[in-house]
Design a protein. Structure first.
Length: 223
């Protein structure tokens, strides 16, 4: 089974966590795109979605699914999103698609986080995937030095030769050389650094369920 087929499989499996009659939180990325396609098949059962990125918003609207602003709705029953890495306790690294801040906001607004991913994303310890950190541009050089002091290397993410600008008008540092044994402690630490908007460790907003695409079908992990 190809990776694309696995993504389709977990995207469809996530429909079982959508609560009829309630607005659903929708994340960002190639696996989530498969979920959005699946969601379109039951769009008459939900009022709409709260989206974590401009790209997902455009895709939802194109399929006729109304999109609400996070500030205009209350608590969401479920948030469905992918991950760049996920460990055995449901902690994740997210932000490969540069939407980590809005993803964390929608996750915090939701009672349940359902992660959809293929089995290559399940790891023993977070950190092999470059950790995205959304930063205010004027702090980027100093934050790069702070990561260097930890023994890691941070680089500004580029797009077309210039620093990538997020949906929030900020930049992304991608940090390599980390092995994150204590995701919660690490998230707490980096969150305190002035100039950090969001660190891409999702430990406070961890997954409660992970639908993992495997060669044998969808495996459900609960945390």
């Amino acid at each position: 089974m190809t990776q694309d087929e696995l993504k389709t499989l977990v995207g469809q499996a996530a429909l079982q966590y959508v609560v009829p009659g309630e607005i659903v939180g929708v994340g960002t990325g190639s696996t989530v795109n498969k979920f959005i396609e699946a969601l379109a098949s039951i769009k008459d059962q939900v009022p709409g979605a709260v989206s974590s990125s401009e790209a997902s918003t455009a895709r939802l609207k194109a399929l006729g699914i109304p999109v609400f602003e996070a500030n205009d709705v209350g608590e969401l029953s479920v948030y469905i999103d992918g991950a760049d890495e996920i460990d055995a306790k449901g902690h994740m690294i997210k932000g490969g698609g540069a939407a980590l801040t809005r993803e964390k906001i929608v996750a915090a607004q939701s009672r349940r986080f359902v992660c959809i991913a293929d089995e290559s994303k399940l790891v023993k310890a977070l950190g092999a995937f470059p950790l995205p950190v959304e930063v205010i541009p004027m702090a980027a050089a100093r934050l790069t030095r702070q990561f260097q002091a930890m023994g890691a290397e941070a680089k500004i993410r580029l797009k077309d030769g210039a620093p990538l600008v997020t949906d929030n008008g900020q930049h992304i540092l991608d940090v390599t050389g980390l092995q994150i044994e204590d995701p919660l402690g690490f998230e707490n630490q980096v969150n305190q650094w002035p100039g950090v908007v969001t660190v891409g460790v999702f430990a406070h907003q961890k997954a409660q369920v992970c639908l993992l695409g495997t060669a044998d079908g969808v495996k459900t992990l609960s945390f």
